[in-house]
Design a protein around this ligand. Structure first.
Ligand code: MN
Length: 226
């Protein structure tokens, strides 16, 4: 296509640490219920495997951006997560080769309109309005990474009070398994981001709250809800 009817909206992008060129976001996939204790706090059955849902690419809120409290919710929840940034694509990628697709990692928060999610679950309706709203994916810069994925501490605090504190190594599907599983369902491409799920301790945030979080060795996220 050589011409468009109007100037396309610029592509969503995430900075890469220490580099001028940014990471262009193609898709955002998210893993649900990837930590056993969070699966329990959400009322899940211990035998249910993790699963995927998606957010639109322009849901990312890059570092320094203010995060707007979304409309139509009385119960906005934080979920701190390790985010995988893909620099290569593939379909049906074997788990032994899955880490070859990884360009780096970031820290993200999967913001969730929990009240809309609960209503959708009750009615068997999709989660898009609960998960895929504007600014629903605050994220740090991407840190380039080779080799074994991050395994360390993951935590989140609201107004200086720690709410989530766990270990990435506790994920049910590890990074290689997540990438391999995703590639069975979709053709992955460079620019894809995968939120890998949140540990236990999710809860509400309000306008004016300051949210901080970290994945050890990857980065530290900080934003204010306005
Ligand atoms: Mn999540």
């Amino acid at each position: 296509m050589s011409q468009f009817l109007f100037e396309p909206v610029p592509r969503a992008a995430v900075p890469v640490e220490g580099e001028t060129a940014a990471f262009p976001v193609r898709r955002i996939l998210c893993v649900g219920r990837n930590y056993a204790a969070h699966r329990r706090e959400m009322g899940g059955d211990d035998r249910d495997p993790p699963f995927f849902f998606a957010k639109p690419a322009d849901a990312v809120a890059p570092p320094g951006a203010e995060v707007a409290y979304p409309p139509r919710t009385q119960n906005l929840h934080y979920e701190v997560e390790l985010v995988v940034a893909l620099g290569a694509g593939g379909a049906d990628v074997p788990v032994e080769r899955a880490l070859e697709l990884v360009l780096g990692y970031a820290v993200g928060v999967d913001l969730t309109r929990r009240d809309l999610q609960s209503a959708a679950k009750d009615k068997g309706q999709p989660w898009d309005a609960a998960k895929g709203f504007d600014d629903s994916a605050p994220i740090t810069a991407i840190r380039r990474w080779q080799g074994a994925p991050p395994q360390g501490r993951i935590w989140l605090a609201v107004n200086g009070e720690t709410r989530q504190d766990a270990t990435v190594a506790d994920m049910i599907w590890n990074v290689a398994e997540i990438v391999a599983e995703a590639s069975k369902l979709w053709r992955l491409e460079p620019g894809d981001l995968i939120f890998t799920g949140t540990p236990e301790g999710v809860g509400p945030i309000s306008r004016g709250d300051r949210v901080e979080g970290e994945v050890e060795g990857v980065g530290r996220i900080e934003f204010q809800v306005v």
